[in-house]
Design a protein around this ligand. Structure first.
Ligand SMILES: [Zn+2]
Length: 215
C-alpha cells in the first residue's frame, strides 16, 4: 500500500551499497538507515603516539563499514551521506570532546582545487552532521604530491607547510586546546603537520579525532 503510493510519487527503492538490501532513500541514495544506525565505534589495533599530537581517537577501520562509507562519499561526491556519517559518529566524537575538553573544534581542510572538483569538503560536512560547534581554523596552502608513493620521511616533508591558520584565529588559538577532525589516519604525517603549525602559533595542546584508520 505505502509501497505503491511511494512508487506513484516516483520514490523508488535503491540497493544499499553496504548491505545490498533495497531501501527507500530520504536524503541520500547510497547507504540504508539500518547500516548507518548500525555504525558503532570499533576497537582498533594498537595505535602509536603521533608526536606532537597530545592524544587522538579513532572511530573504526578504513577496511570496515565506516571506511566503505568514506569511499562512497569520495567517489560518488555524496555530500548528504557525509552529513549522515557525521550524525552516526556524533555520540563517539561527543564523548571524546568531553574527555579532552577542547576550546576549539576544527577539521583538516581539503585543498581548494579538490574542493572545487568535489563541490564540498567532506571533513567539514561530517562535522556539520555531528551538530557540534566548530570553526574553520585551517587553510591548506599547497597541494603535495600523491603521498602514497612517498616514503614516510618524504611524506612528512611533503606536508610540512601545507597548512596555515586563518588570520582571524591567530589570537583565538593562543594557549588553547584544539581538537582537529580528519577522515582517515594513514601515516600520521598530516596530523603532525597540522599540530606543528598550531603549536608553533601558540596552541597549548592539539588532539585529533579520526573517523577511520588505515590498518
Ligand atoms: Zn544497508
Amino acid at each position: 500500500m505505502l509501497g505503491s503510493f511511494l512508487d506513484r510519487l516516483g520514490i523508488v527503492e535503491i540497493t544499499c551499497l553496504l548491505c545490498g538490501l533495497p531501501f527507500r532513500p530520504e536524503d541520500q541514495g547510497f547507504v540504508c538507515d539500518d547500516c548507518l544506525r548500525g555504525l558503532k565505534p570499533e576497537p582498533v589495533p594498537y595505535l602509536s603516539r603521533i608526536e606532537p599530537v597530545a592524544g587522538y581517537r579513532v572511530f573504526g577501520s578504513y577496511r570496515g563499514p565506516v571506511g566503505e562509507i568514506l569511499r562512497i562519499i569520495k567517489f560518488k561526491h555524496a555530500l548528504p551521506l557525509a552529513r549522515r556519517l557525521g550524525r552516526a559518529i556524533a555520540g563517539d566524537l561527543g564523548r571524546y570532546v568531553e574527555e579532552v575538553s577542547p576550546d576549539l573544534v576544527t577539521f583538516v581542510p581539503v585543498h581548494l582545487w579538490r574542493f572545487w572538483s568535489r563541490g564540498f569538503d567532506q571533513n567539514e560536512e561530517i562535522l556539520e552532521g555531528t551538530g557540534l560547534d566548530f570553526d574553520k581554523v585551517l587553510v591548506r596552502v599547497k597541494h603535495s604530491r600523491p603521498l602514497a608513493r612517498l616514503r614516510r620521511e618524504d611524506r612528512i616533508r611533503a606536508v610540512q607547510g601545507s597548512f596555515k591558520v586563518r588570520p582571524s584565529f591567530l589570537d583565538r588559538i593562543n594557549s588553547k586546546r584544539v581538537l582537529v577532525v580528519d577522515d582517515v589516519l594513514t601515516t600520521g604525517s598530516t596530523a603532525v603537520s597540522v599540530a606543528v603549525v598550531l603549536i608553533s602559533l601558540g596552541a597549548e595542546k592539539v588532539f585529533f579525532y579520526f573517523v577511520s584508520v588505515e590498518d
